[in-house]
Ligand binder design. Structure first.
Ligand code: DSN
Length: 437
């Protein structure tokens, strides 16, 4: 018998659990609404993306590609995905785009499935130097059982040592030369590395997860024209869409493109979160309109913020290169492996500033690093500019240099943030303009 409305009942214990979850979600929303979200891998989604992510698509299934589905009922979604593929090709200037992947890591797993077989060699940036966990044996590289060799790292320039990387590639002759990091301050000298890789028959895979919006906005580097055969990325960092991933390629070869599509489905996805794909498509349309301005403002803000932190007395990395050319800023808060970064992140959180501890060159332990990795893409999205970057640097100094009580600083963080509640660089929405609930 179907359950009659009105006879639905639930035990108080289960209801209490659901209530607790709803309250925690609302509290998390308040934390970011009233605080400063500065984790470099995060962002907020536009009102139109918020709306479509909560649509009926959430409960639906699709497998395959537009026009070639296993399930009925996909005609409307075919429209959405077809528009999205064309937008992704245009926004990323890529002859090939697959927009189904559910995260940057899933895109990486698919790429490695398409490019290499178990036992093959791969070169990448080590996690200690800022490489992503999916580039490591503990992540996707290990899952594919690839033999990893890591590039020598130039600490001064915060990028792979180019000659060393080329020598490594020439001696290892990997199947895949993987480029890109999660700590990503400066563009990688890709042309030289790609030339060495192609010389030995390797494919160049560029993980643009962090910097995808900066690349598409034309302010970082242009990997698909600098030698990368493939670019993976997240849809929710400097590219400000819902959580998910992209798989992009410079290849016009239909057989290679088919291999990439097959690596996503049936390779690593069955259904693929249609509401998020639809959100990505809206975000792509918004990016086509406003992305270049957003990307430019992010990098300008990161540079202002880094200089302002240095002026307050912080040890900001890469001073000789102008601190940063991306959305990220790196700060050192104590001795190598001292845990000073973890302590700083906790104090900032008490003041309503959300960051993450990060290993810096020399650190060897992930849980007791000496640094912070800071991102300004979310503050930029709500309209903060140069003056606010200076104000935020002063708030950091009050907590971490002048040892003010974080709860006192939190009031000023809330006051500052109260003036920045409207999400920018997106289509107008008459019903809502700000943070989700
Ligand atoms: N671990 C994330 C980051 O913060 O860089 C990316 O997946």
């Amino acid at each position: 018998m179907p359950q009659e409305r009105g006879t639905w009942s639930a035990s108080q214990t289960t209801l209490d659990k659901a209530t607790k979850v709803m309250e925690a979600a609302a509290a998390s929303g308040d934390l970011y609404r009233n605080g400063l979200g500065m984790i470099a891998s995060e962002n907020i989604v536009s009102p139109m993306v918020q709306k479509i992510v909560a649509s009926d698509l959430h409960g639906r299934y699709a497998e395959g590609l537009p026009g070639k589905r296993y399930y009925q009922g996909c005609d409307d979604f075919d429209t959405i995905e077809s528009v999205g593929i064309e937008l992704a090709k245009s926004v990323f200037k890529a002859p090939f785009a697959n927009i189904q992947s559910t995260s940057g890591t899933v895109s990486n797993i698919a790429a490695l499935k398409a490019l290499a077989k178990p036992g093959d060699a791969i070169t990448a940036v080590s996690t200690a130097d800022g490489g992503h966990i999916s580039h490591a044996r503990m992540g996707a590289v290990g899952l594919r059982d690839l033999n990893l060799s890591t590039y020598p790292w130039n600490e001064e320039r915060m990028e792979p040592d180019v000659d060393g990387a080329c020598d490594l590639i020439r001696s290892i002759e990997p199947k895949v030369a993987l480029i890109g990091q999660s700590v990503f301050l400066f563009p990688t000298p890709l042309e030289e590395i790609s030339a060495a890789a192609h010389e030995v028959g390797a494919k160049v895979m560029y993980d643009g997860a962090h910097v995808l919006g900066l690349i598409a906005g034309g302010v970082f580097q242009d990997p698909l024209r600098e030698g990368a055969d493939l670019m993976t990325g997240s849809s929710h960092k400097t590219f400000p869409g819902p959580q998910g991933g992209f798989l992009l390629s410079s290849s016009e070869d239909p057989a290679f493109q088919k291999r990439l599509n097959n690596a996503i489905f049936p390779g690593v996805c069955s259904s693929y979160h249609l509401h998020h794909v639809a959100g990505k498509v809206i975000a792509l349309a918004e990016f086509e309109e406003y992305g270049a301005a957003y990307a430019k403002d992010i990098v300008a803000n990161a540079q202002h913020f880094a200089s302002a932190l240095a002026a307050e007395g912080f040890d900001v990395l890469a001073e000789s290169r102008g601190y940063t050319a991306s959305h990220q800023v790196l700060t050192r808060h104590g001795e190598t492996d001292s845990g000073a970064g973890a302590k700083a992140a906790r104090l900032l959180e008490d003041a309503g500033i959300i960051t993450n501890m990060n290993m810096l060159p020399g650190d060897t332990k992930a849980m007791t690093p000496s640094g912070l990795r800071l991102g300004v893409q979310e503050l930029t999205r709500v309209g903060m500019g140069r003056l606010e970057m200076e104000e935020v640097a002063r708030l950091y100094a009050r907590v971490l240099i002048h040892n003010e009580e974080p709860s006192k600083v939190k009031n000023d963080v809330k006051e500052l943030k109260s003036n920045f509640q409207v999400i920018r660089y997106c289509f107008n929405d008459e019903e809502r303009t700000g943070y989700p609930f």
